[in-house]
Design a protein around this ligand. Structure first.
Ligand SMILES: Nc1ncnc2c1ncn2[C@@H]1O[C@H](COP(=O)(O)OP(=O)(O)OP(=O)(O)O)[C@@H](O)[C@H]1O
Ligand SMILES: [Mg+2]
Length: 304
């Protein structure tokens, strides 16, 4: 069978490029022993406070080649066992910020740190699920997930066993041999999540992971995602969810950063104190919704 790579959408090519950059990233700047310790079982071997700071973006700013500053002075952080959301209007710079946090692009100013160590390129400890669903069409679900295990230098029967376990964790037991074209959008996104989790990252970055799904499928995945990622079988320590869906971030996040303005800044930070599963009809939920909206409407722009 032949592939016409030239005809593929630019976005998919970019995503594939990023995926390969991630898989085949050269040696990172962490000392070898430190990397080994992280890849082993970070949940068990982390030093210090288990709720301490995991990933930090410090005083970040960014401008694309056209010189327009997208955001500036942005500082965000995640802590142990925390799902942090970044919310803001379309075009405000959420995806750009997430790519910087993953080491995929360098900030204009500021820096990203994982456990205090500077991140300057993609590293296996930080996985990114892209805004468009990325599965490799010529590979089965199982092979898609096993690809991530290559970065951990795991092959053969062990890779099969781990990949099956992670697929079961995301609800795809029995679908291991299906190709992406034989799956629904929701199933493909579950494969993408499984592939990210199989790499045993310490931090999972998710860029609008449900935006390409129909509302019912998105709702199903929203209900499942928290238990998928914060699971005793997965050594993940924190996750960052980028979204413009206020309902979604209030359903899922422990803490929310609100981006707004031009250039964008963090205009609000909300700690969400509601038990899970969250009830969107509760008074507390609507209070938080009100607070979120107050940061976002109208879209605040600085005077020229
Ligand atoms: N490659 C690029 N070159 C120039 N400008 C870009 C590039 N990519 C994004 N931008 C611009 O940077 C700004 C931020 O883009 P970004 O994709 O980070 O926004 P976003 O908040 O993720 O938007 P959305 O919610 O629509 O996904 C936008 O104004 C966009 O037009
Ligand atoms: Mg985006």
């Amino acid at each position: 069978m032949g592939f016409n790579f030239v005809a593929w959408p630019a976005r998919l090519k970019e995503d594939l490029g990023a995926a390969f950059a991630w898989l085949f990233a050269g040696p990172c700047e962490f000392p070898h022993a430190f990397v080994k310790r992280l890849i082993g079982n970070p949940r068990l071997e982390l030093d210090g406070d288990p709720n301490g700071t995991i990933l930090e973006g410090l005083d970040l700013s960014y401008a694309y080649d056209n010189g327009r500053v997208v955001f500036q002075g942005v500082s965000v952080a995640t802590h142990g066992d925390e799902l942090v959301a970044i919310v803001g209007p379309s075009g405000i710079g959420k995806s750009t910020l997430l790519r910087i946090l993953g080491g995929f692009i360098a900030p204009l100013t500021g820096e990203v740190r994982l456990l205090g160590k500077r991140v300057s390129r993609p590293i296996p400890e930080i996985a990114l699920i892209h805004q468009s669903i990325v599965t490799f069409p010529w590979m089965t679900a199982l092979d898609n997930v096993k690809l991530a295990l290559k970065s951990r230098k795991i092959g053969g029967d062990e890779a099969d066993e781990i990949a099956k376990k992670v697929l079961a964790l995301v609800g795809l037991e029995g679908s291991e041999e299906l190709y992406p074209k034989e799956m629904s959008g929701g199933m493909r996104q579950r494969v993408a999540i499984a592939r990210a989790l199989a790499a045993q990252p310490m931090v999972l970055l998710m860029d609008e992971p449900f935006s390409h799904l129909d509302e019912l499928t998105a709702e199903e995945l929203r209900q499942d995602i928290y238990s998928m990622i914060f699971n005793s079988d997965i050594p993940l320590r924190s996750a960052v969810l980028v979204s413009h869906n206020l309902y979604e971030v209030l359903t899922l996040a422990d803490r929310i950063y609100v981006l707004n303005g031009c250039p964008a800044r963090v205009v609000g930070e909300i700690t969400v104190e509601m038990d899970r599963p969250r009830d969107p009809t509760s008074a507390k939920f609507s209070d938080y919704m009100h607070e979120l909206r107050s940061y976002l409407t109208p879209v605040k722009r600085e005077a020229a």
